[in-house]
Design a protein around this ligand. Sequence first.
Ligand code: ADP
Ligand code: MG
Length: 229
Amino acid sequence: YQREVQRAEKLRIVGELAASVAHEIRNPLTTAKGFLQMLYGAENITREQQKYIDISIKELDQSNRIIKDYLSLAKSDDNLLEVIEINFEVHAVVEAMSSFALMNSVEINFNPNVKSVQIKGNKSKFKQVLLNIIKNGIEALELTPSGRIDIYTLEDENFATVQIKDNGCGMTETEVRDLGLPFYSTKKEGTGLGMMVCYKIIEAMGGKITVTSKKGIGSCFTIALPRSM
Ligand code: ADP
Ligand code: MG
């Protein structure tokens, strides 16, 4: 038992450290990118030098994406237990994603259950899960002409459930199995950290993510969270 407490404490400290490091790294990255962009536009700069600057900016962007996907896992208000009003938070994330959806010609429909369910947990982490899954949905719709994401909230006696469906590219059985493996990504600019973070957060909340998918048809992500927490 003592060992477990020590392990939990260590994980907490590492988490807090990672959160502050991630935060401190983002600012200098932004500064560096700004100066590189300035250099890029300078007079008498050669094609070759421009290429190097371009590569540097891309690398900085990738570092930034890794921190973004990863940051929530390391948020320092780790043990904060808040009342989460599921419908309210889903609505907020859908709003926040609306411009990204519009940019990608994706329609998001939220169908809340009539009775809004409350659970307890860390609000910002719960929202990070919704955000990562909806973002993946939008990205999976890149080549779908009338792409849409349908979101449902449901509940039964024991679980509050959020379902996120897309009619995007879908996945094979093997691809579904690999979901959540660190750095598993099929995207050119993916980090492969988004789903890993989602699984870890929901697991820590005592919940479960189930995925069903068909290649070329679409995917459905179901997040079930225990109501008695
Ligand atoms: P990333 O988005 O950076 O690639 P994720 O961990 O968020 O990393 O996702 C891992 C991989 O899972 C993606 O690269 C993609 O291949 C697959 N994936 C996730 N969500 C979907 C989805 N809704 N439809 C199809 N494939 C998906
Ligand atoms: Mg992702």
